[in-house]
Ligand binder design. Structure first.
Ligand code: 13P
Length: 292
């Protein structure tokens, strides 16, 4: 059943759990994530990141995401992740996506605020929810394709200056009217090359100022303990992709190693091995997010 992000996150916030938001740039990922959610009877978010346009366009994958969402036995929101342009957000809204993220976090505060406000006006007029970002979420130098490539960093050990400021977060949410806010507290898109320096108390500090659902980007690769604290402190949506994608890659590698030398390799078997691995990985994550 296709639902809005706002509906999903309102319930998650009230009941103190988080909904997994999975990037799905191929049919294998869509099937894996929807099957995992149905097996756990968990709501879920399918998202397409603008930076994945090089893998698959929204015109190709969007209708498939929406079709799986409508037919799913669980509530599913279909979301645009890291929309970087007005045009992309409007395209997603016109296609029937039930939420969009407009990410102008790399711009000046006032520009981010004013541009986000415009998107909110348009999206809310047609019942679409909006996520925005304040602060900064870096992208690891390895496998961080869904984030913003320009922020790619080898060394994200010291991220003090990228954490979201609680007072600014309050003004931003009040002035823009966004439904949820992605905040910076030390998570990183892509593979964690070092132990991240998470400031989990910052989520509480922001929540003390403004009580909306918060979003964790760079959510895969975080420890179970940190997920639980983050959710208790106010995170209601966890963006998750890299480690599910990596699990699929490992399954394919193992499948290939197991084949007899010289035997023919069939792609459909590779596709099934990858789907199964992503389903298992997504299910493990969702089980934690739903029962923190
Ligand atoms: P990961 O790279 O940690 O999976 O994060 C995905 C994400 O935040 C997409 O917006």
């Amino acid at each position: 059943m296709l639902v809005t992000l706002k509906e999903l996150l309102t319930e998650a916030k009230a009941k103190q759990y988080a909904v997994g938001a999975f990037n799905v740039p191929n049919l294998e990922a869509i099937r894996a994530v929807v099957a995992a959610a149905e097996e756990l009877n968990s709501p879920v978010i399918l998202q397409h990141a603008e930076v994945h346009e090089g893998l698959v366009s929204i015109e190709e994958i969007g209708p498939v995401m929406l079709d799986y969402a409508r037919k799913a036995k669980v509530p599913v929101a279909v979301h645009l992740d890291h929309g970087a342009s007005f045009e992309m957000c409007v395209k997603a809204i016109r296609m029937g996506f039930t939420s969009v993220m407009y990410d102008a976090s790399s711009k000046e505060y006032e520009v981010n605020r004013d541009e986000t406000k415009e998107i909110v006006k348009i999206a809310h007029a047609v019942g679409v929810s909006v996520e925005a970002e304040l602060g900064h979420i870096f992208t690891s130098a390895v496998g961080g394709g869904e984030g913003r490539g320009s922020d790619s960093s080898e060394d994200y050990a010291d991220l003090d200056d990228v954490y979201t400021d609680p007072d600014l977060a309050k003004s931003f949410v009040e002035e823009t009217g966004v439904d949820c806010l992605a905040i910076g507290f030390g998570t990183v898109h892509g593979v964690y090359l070092k132990e991240p320096k998470l400031d989990l108390d910052r989520i509480t500090l922001i929540k003390d100022k403004i009580d909306v659902p918060f979003v964790m980007h760079g959510g895969s690769g975080v420890s179970e303990e940190n997920y639980k604290i983050a959710i208790k402190n106010g995170i209601c949506k966890i963006n998750y992709y890299t480690y599910m994608n990596k699990a699929a890659g490992k399954a394919v590698q193992e499948f290939l190693i197991e084949q007899d030398a010289g035997a023919p390799i069939f792609f459909d078997e590779i596709s099934l091995a990858a789907t199964e691995a992503m389903k298992k990985n997504a299910k493990e994550a969702m089980a934690i997010f739903m029962n923190p």
